[in-house]
Design a protein around this ligand. Sequence first.
Ligand code: MV4
Length: 445
Amino acid sequence: MFRKILIANRGEIAIRIIRACKEIGVKTVAVHSDVDADSLHVKLADESICIGPAASAGSYLNVKAIISAAEVTDADAIHPGYGFLAENAEFAEICGQCGLTFIGPTAENMHLMGDKIRARQTVAAVGVPILPGTSEAVRSLEEAEAVAAQIGYPVIIKATAGGGGRGMKVVHSSEEFANALATASSEAQNAFGNPDVYLEKYCVNPRHVEVQLLADQCGNVVYIGERDCSIQRRHQKLIEESPCPVITQELRERMGAAAVAIARAVHYTNVGTAEFLLDADGNFYFMEMNTRIQVEHPVTEMITGIDLVREQIYAAAGYPLRFTQNDIQLRGHAIECRINAEDPERFVPSPGKIDGYHQPGGLGVRVESAIYDQYTVLPYYDSLIAKLIVHADNREEAIRRMSRALDEYIIEGIKTTIPFHQKIMANHEFQEGKVDVGFLERFSG
Ligand code: MV4
């Protein structure tokens, strides 16, 4: 096992990782920017080191500073959390070259899944369903229009180097094509430095259902249930739950088997998530694979009792999985609300000093957060300030528990998305589980 892990992140996820390390007797090093010296992850770690200025480009994304910090503090592994350098294949590669274990999948895994066309080809080759579309990057307008005519409108143009909803364009007819293709390609070039795009049949208002994977370095792969993340706004997830309210055990097993087949095909290691679209007829299609621990991992932990961050560390250290697929049991229902320091009406950031804080508790309530009374939420970083997770015997009770916990939550001095979550919990369609990725656009409180 590692002696000391450096956590290349901040906020709630840095604390989440520190907690897992403490429970298995591994020392921790926090890194922080100039303005993060008072942050809770710094206070909770065994030691800490400053890696640069407030702007992430010079600190949490500064590969040289982070590697030097690991060398100076004699850490033997680096946990990247999510965001920042978590899916940067080059960073994972550099860690290895410097004798540091990157706690995550291999650089090759990240590289492959980062190329959405290669991921699509790889997945299709093992018989996992994908939406009809191009198997290579689009070479010309003529070719693209021919494919669209064949698969039928609407179609969606996606960036090969994209992901997470960035750089996508829906096309409803042949007249829109030339413009959409040019825009998508130039946006892809600007955002990712790669103009390549591909086409897929557009699936209207599907659910976003993702399967949690865990793989060791001995070839063992398990899936750990699924999460429904359909409640999103501009590709930012706001509420996630597990299990998905509409899938049967039979469908769960087929999606799980598909996700495991993908992992096996690429010799995947560590945690990962296979994202699928689930249409109204119960058909599922592979979208992309996330090669990191995800923000919403706690809902999976609550219904399985598995500490995913601890398993990540064990897998990276070379330990074989300590359980099999049959040992994994799903119990009850869990929901997570992401609480952001934002105006709940307009979703614009609302940083500033917290002046009055009380967090909810009680049976089945979990708070993952790095904030405290009198803490100043900084404008330089993500506006996620807390994740409120509840667990109950069933979905109805979980919704009631979430409403109760949201009512208890007091965060004064800044605006938060708590009122928004209260409205969703009170919404009848949400209560009936009738959600898809278009839910929030239709939702009016
Ligand atoms: C799609 C789609 C419909 N059809 N692909 C958005 C995130 C990225 N992972 C892919 N996304 C989508 N891809 C096809 N062929 C609809 C979306 C989509 C979406 C997916 C999940 C959650 C929210 C979404 C909101 C808008 C569009």
